[in-house]
Design a protein around this ligand. Sequence first.
Ligand code: SF4
Length: 256
Amino acid sequence: MTGEVTMLRPVVNNPATRPELTDTLMSSVRRKHSHAVSLLKEAVAEFGNEYQISFANSMGAEDMVLTDIILREKLAIEIFSLDTGRLPTETYDLIAETEKTYNTKLTIFFPQAETVENYVKTKGINAFYESIELRKACCHMRKVEPLQRALKGKKAWITGMRAEQSTTRVDLPERQFDESNKLEKFNPLTNWTEQEVWAYIRMFDVPYNKLHDQFYPSIGCAPCTRAIAVGEDVRAGRWWWEDPQNKECGLHVKHS
Ligand code: SF4
């Protein structure tokens, strides 16, 4: 042993996370940024200044853009994250980096320990691979139930979802009534492209999950997320063993 540090993951550079910052791209980002700020300010004005609006921060690239906007603009919006207990190490590193960069503490919601213990005891530690029902049950106890607790008493919530992310999100509006959680929902980045998200991150030096550099455009729990090939759908690495129409965890239910 010579004392060198061994890298456990290969160092790769996904060009999508480093777009060329052309004048056209930066001007488009500035325009959309300004529109997103206006939308968020209108939401705060409409739904009260008492932190009755929450932002569900998944720590993905889009959500880091929104985190940056909310904290820079000092908007009265509560930021929270869900720790499912199965997140990748890189996501925990990003939570720590975000708290340091913005000199803040994120509110983290955890699943109910007893429910998780029962699931693991009766179904198995990785039972989510066995069927859609067991996968959705895992997502429900680790994500949906904590989200419902996080949103209790709130009047509106904000997400970083974008329309072009998947077939389940193509019609995503900037604003909609969320029937499942019975409150208003804002999607300020719905019309942003992936390139614009990354241009914002580079222009404003926003912290981000280092897995994005390793071809993970969409990051969830470690056992349910994999890298994608160039040209694949950005959500192709989530629950890759399932049909694309099923690829939501229940946090964002589409009502037709
Ligand atoms: Fe469970 Fe996978 Fe859903 Fe995470 S993404 S809550 S590990 S099924």
